[in-house]
Design a protein around this ligand. Sequence first.
Ligand code: VGL
Ligand code: ZN
Length: 202
Amino acid sequence: MQAGTEALIVIDVQNDFCPGGALAVAEGDEIIPRINTLMGQFATVVLTQDWHPANHASFAANHPGAEAFSLIEMAYGPQVLWPVHCVKGTAGAAFHPALATDPAQMVIRKGFRAGIDSYSAFFENDRTTATGLEGYLRNRGVTGVTLVGLATDYCVAYSALDAARLGFEATVLMGACRAIDLNGSLAEARAQMQTAGVMLLD
Ligand code: VGL
Ligand code: ZN
C-alpha cells in the first residue's frame, strides 16, 4: 500500500483510445490489468475522461478541408486536429469495460468546452483554465501523484508536467501507459518530463 499522501491518476482509459476506437492507441487495452491492480494500492484514485461536445474545435471534421493529425494555430497555441473521438455520452467516450472503475473516488471530465482542448487533468490547453483537480488533491492531503493511462505523449505527459509545475511529486509508470507517437511526440514528451523532474519508471 502506498502512503496516504499518494494518489493514482488514471488518464483516459476509454473505448475510443483502445483498439477498435476512433483514436485508437496501439495496445491501449493491454495496460488495463496492471492499472486495475495498482488501484488497490492507493487511498486516492482519480479517473479522467475525455469528454467532448460534437462541435469540439479539436476535431478535424469541424475544420472544412483540414486533415486529421494536421496542426492548426489556436488562440492558446498549436493544436493537433484529431479524428472525432470521445463525444460525451457515446460508447466511445465510456471507460473501457475491463477498467475497474469502482475503486475511484473522483472522475474528472475534460475537454467539454467547444473552443478549447484539454489534454491535462489539471488545466485546459491554455495552461490556465483549471479543472479543479489541484484543489481536490490538496484538500485530500495529496502531495505525490502516480500517472498511468492513455496516451503517454499527450494527456499523460501534459498531466505529469502540470503536476510537477504545481509542486506535486510526479511519477509516470511508462509500462502502464501507451503512446500515440505522432511526429516524434513520444520522445519529445519523455524529454520534457525528464527536464521537469517527473520520475519515469517502468
Ligand atoms: C488525448 C488526443 C486527443 C489523450 C485526448 O487522451 O491523450 N489525445 N484527446
Ligand atoms: Zn480529446
